[in-house]
Every structure is written in C-alpha cells, then in structure tokens.
Design a protein around this ligand. Structure first.
Ligand code: CAA
Length: 257
C-alpha cells in the first residue's frame, strides 16, 4: 500500500492534518493536493468537526512550496490546471465552517505560505522562514498569494514580498501580521492544543457565522458587507447558542454549547 501523503489524527472533533513528504520538505505536488482535497471533502460533510490544524511532517519545514520538479516542464495549460487544483483545495480549507490553524514548523515558502494564508490562524515556531520566492524561479505566486497576501498584510508589504522574493523570519512575519503568534518550537504543540481547545469550546454556529461574515464581507463593498453582518447577527438569535450564551452570562455560569 502506498504511504499516505496527508496524515489525519483526530481527537474530540479536532483534526490534525500533516502534509507528509519530508524528503521534499513537504512540497505540494498534484498527488498531495488531490489527497488533501479528498480529506477536506470528507471533513466538509461532518457536523461534529470543531477545529482543523494543518502542519508539515518533520522539524524543518511546514511546506517549501509547490513542487518545482513537477512544474518545470509544464505547458501553460498544465500550469493553469495545477493552479486551479491548488486554488480549489485551498478554498475548501478556507471555507471549512470551523476554525483552521496553520502550525508553521519551519520553511513556509511559495505554495506553503499560500496554504497558511488560506487558514484562519497561523502560529509559527521562532525558526520559521516565510516568503513568496516565485519570482526567483521566473514565475509569480499561483496558489493565491497575490490575492490573499495583500488582504492579510496590505498591498505595500505584499508587493515587497512578491516582487523581491525575499525571505523573512518569524518575527517579521509577526510584525506584518502574516502570523498570529510566534514561539519556541518546544512550546508550539502545547500552545496550539490550548488554542484549538479554546476555539472548539466556543459556540460552533457563532464561530461559523463570524468566519463567514469576515470572509464573504471582504469580497464585498462596505455597505453590502455590513448588511451581511446584520443578517448573520440576526440569524444567531434564531438558534440555541445565543439563548445559552446570554443565559449563562446572566446566571453567572459557563455556557454549555
Ligand atoms: N519543490 C520540490 N522539491 C523541493 C522544494 C520544492 N518547492 N523545496 C525543497 N525541495 C527538495 C529539494 O530539491 C531537496 O531534494 P533532494 O534532497 O532530492 O535534492 C530537498 O527538498 C531538501 O531541500 P534542500 O536540499 O534544498 O534543503 P536546504 O535546507 O538546503 O534548503 C530551502 C531549503 C531554502 C527551502 C530550499 O529547498 C528551497 O529554496 N526550496 C524551494 C523554495 C521555493 O522556491 N518555493 C517556491 C516554489 S514555487 C511555488 O510555490 C509556486 C506557486 O505559488 C504555486
């Protein structure tokens, strides 16, 4: 039997996905993308899911980019198909109705950075290295980097990174807002476990609504986005979570979602 490229480990609705091609620093080839897409499709169908973590196998790399060996001889049409496969897979991750956390344990370059950008949170070890080095290979980012990076860090910093291809360390990634937290590698596991536990303890419908409002709102003008927020806010009052959350506050107890 062939080895799995995506390892899936689950505990109480918290699913951890590990991209497992450590000899190639977990570079994304079409087999990895296909397997990731299939795993995400199974997760989409579940209503007991609370959070998803994604990381890279080994202690050196999260994901060092799209697979350069595979891309080298592609025609424009094949490159388009490869990019579309990645974009569809990352969209699945981005629109999962639960919090998603990229656990960045090393190189986070090109397609790897674009993968992290498709997650809600990025938590990095202090030795992680980030960048969009595609121009150094004669191409531009093709897995969403030119669009998600400016939305995360602003257009000036995005152009700086995309046009120079320079690599940045974890502290700069934190300063520009590319990642949420940076810590020593030894602390990463415990922190992420605590974060996912905290996230998964919140009302799942409210978390889903908050995520949808942010993502869908970013693609709309402000008026439409605020109107979307109002609709989703009002919808909360049709469900059980709002009753439980507000009753728990008034009754001075912890909510049970
Ligand atoms: N694709 C394919 N293989 C890769 C890879 C990638 N993106 N990154 C690393 N590897 C492979 C190397 O070829 C090497 O394989 P071999 O042992 O068989 O030679 C193995 O992983 C280990 O890599 P190195 O020996 O290079 O390790 P290093 O510690 O010296 O350097 C590195 C690490 C700085 C990350 C370096 O490997 C590197 O620069 N990798 C490429 C990074 C990159 O350019 N990423 C962007 C890719 S393009 C992209 O992602 C386009 C897009 O938007 C869709």
């Amino acid at each position: 039997m062939s080895e799995k490229l995506i390892e899936v480990v689950e505990n109480a609705g918290i699913v951890r996905l590990t991209i497992s091609r450590p000899k190639a620093l977990n570079a994304l080839n079409s087999d990895v993308l296909a397997e990731l897409g299939s795993v995400l499709s199974d997760l989409e169908a579940r209503d007991d899911l609370r959070a998803v973590l994604i990381t890279g196998a080994g202690d050196k790399s999260f994901v060092a980019g799209a697979d350069i060996g595979e891309m080298r001889d592609k025609t424009p049409e094949e490159a388009r198909a490869f990019a579309r496969q990645a974009l569809a897979t990352f969209k699945r991750l981005e629109t999962l109705p639960v919090p998603t956390v990229a656990l960045v344990n090393g190189f986070c370059l090109g397609g790897g950075c674009e993968l992290a950008l498709a997650c809600d949170w990025a938590v990095a070890s202090d030795n992680a290295i980030f960048g969009q080095p595609e121009v150094l290979l004669g191409v531009i980012p093709g897995f969403g980097g030119t669009q998600r990076l400016p939305r995360r860090v602003g257009p000036a910093m995005a152009i700086d990174l995309v046009a120079t291809g320079r690599k940045i360390d974890a502290s700069e990634a934190l300063r520009i807002g590319l990642v949420n937290r940076v810590m020593a590698p030894a602390e990463l596991e415990a922190y992420t476990e605590e974060l996912t536990k905290q996230l998964s303890g919140n009302g799942p419908e409210a978390v889903r609504g908050a995520k949808q409002a942010v993502h869908d709102g970013l693609d709309q003008d402000l008026e439409s986005a605020l109107s979307l927020e109002t609709s989703l806010f009002a919808l909360c009052f049709a469900g059980k979570e709002q009753k439980e959350g507000m009753s728990a506050f008034v009754e001075k107890r912890k909510p049970n979602f």
